[in-house]
Design a protein around this ligand. Sequence first.
Ligand code: PLP
Length: 411
Amino acid sequence: MFDEIEFDKIKRLPKYVFAAVGELKMQQRHAGADVIDLSMGNPDGPTPPHIIEKLIESARKPKVYGYSVSRGIFKLRLAAADWYQRKYGVYLDPETEVVASMGSKEGYAHLVQAITNLGDTAIVPDPCYPIHSQAFILAGGNVVKFPIKFGSDFALDEDTFVEDVKKCLRENSPRPKYLIVNFPNNPTTTTVTPEFYKRIVALAKEERFYILSDIAYAELSFDGYKTPSIMSVEGAKDVAIESYTLSKSYNMAGWRVGFIVGNQKLVGALAKIKSWLDYGMFTPIQVAATVALNGDQKCVEEIRQNYERRRDVLIKAFANAGWQIDSPKATMFVWARIPEQFRHLGSLEFAKQLLINAQVAVSPGVGFGPAGDEWVRIAMIENENRIRQAAKNIKKYFREKGIAVSADEMK
Ligand SMILES: Cc1ncc(COP(=O)(O)O)c(C=O)c1O
């Protein structure tokens, strides 16, 4: 009916690549397979008890059931500013430089909606967390990409990155107005040095573009690596915003709490569009989130250590299965190059084969962009025993395919 009424905007969104793996996963489960699900970035652990207690306590108060504040209650914005002060020594004005959001995804997508003029261009390095590029497409803008280059330690090749950004600025018309940076990166786990942010802030000032930085995985770093923030660069607020989320550091993905800080013009644009679109998160959620940020951070360290342990188990067990994977320095993911014998399949087909033949679900790299097609993303969202079981299943499958396993295969 009404064939003449087309939804052009939604048509610009590609089909969700991960849906194919998701459907296959469900089919396998319905057929009785014990699928080890390492596909989504959905933390499996519980929220720390003191945060849940605060939610309950707050939800019992009679005055919390009405509409809340769309930009976030003052105490939550203050807690976000204090988090930056403690972690990065950065001062933020909770009134004008902080907005709380329903997870950082909502904040980012609405910010992009608010600031994108029709035909505006953003530079989004490839591969990326899908909404980083699709938010611009949905908002009527365009995206230019270049492949992220990194070493075997997943450290960003910062010189090449800066050159690639310059090239994008030179070669695109209209000239890009925005650069998206996300380090530690989803999906590649790539990390950067504080020096990197100094360079891109200087470049943004010189070339007149804004930077949108996402540090969702700031706390999930390993081997002593400390995640830097663009906000630590003097004058960053002139050209940059940064988003952070409680989803990963506090196992609060379902709660939908995050915040966006920095440049007043951009933060103001987000606050304005949110004032039209929503009435804010349920107040007890905001109160509990405030307690999460202000309270004892031991729980964050425990969550971090848990991922570090899983990473160590995964890298060792998969190597033992014949799959040599470089060890990430951060995030809750492992970015694994597809073994050479399977690489010709492409990441989607390889992920399907792994699911059918080893009952292990991973995310195909191509779902994050064309540069990801020789890779899969493995999320460390099952416990160590299950990760070991996944490696055993893979080892069996690889053996059937005639792939050599490592010398200590009998362990
Ligand atoms: C890089 C990155 N940014 C943001 C998010 C979204 O987090 P939130 O739950 O805060 O919306 C994710 C979730 O996977 C992510 O990987």
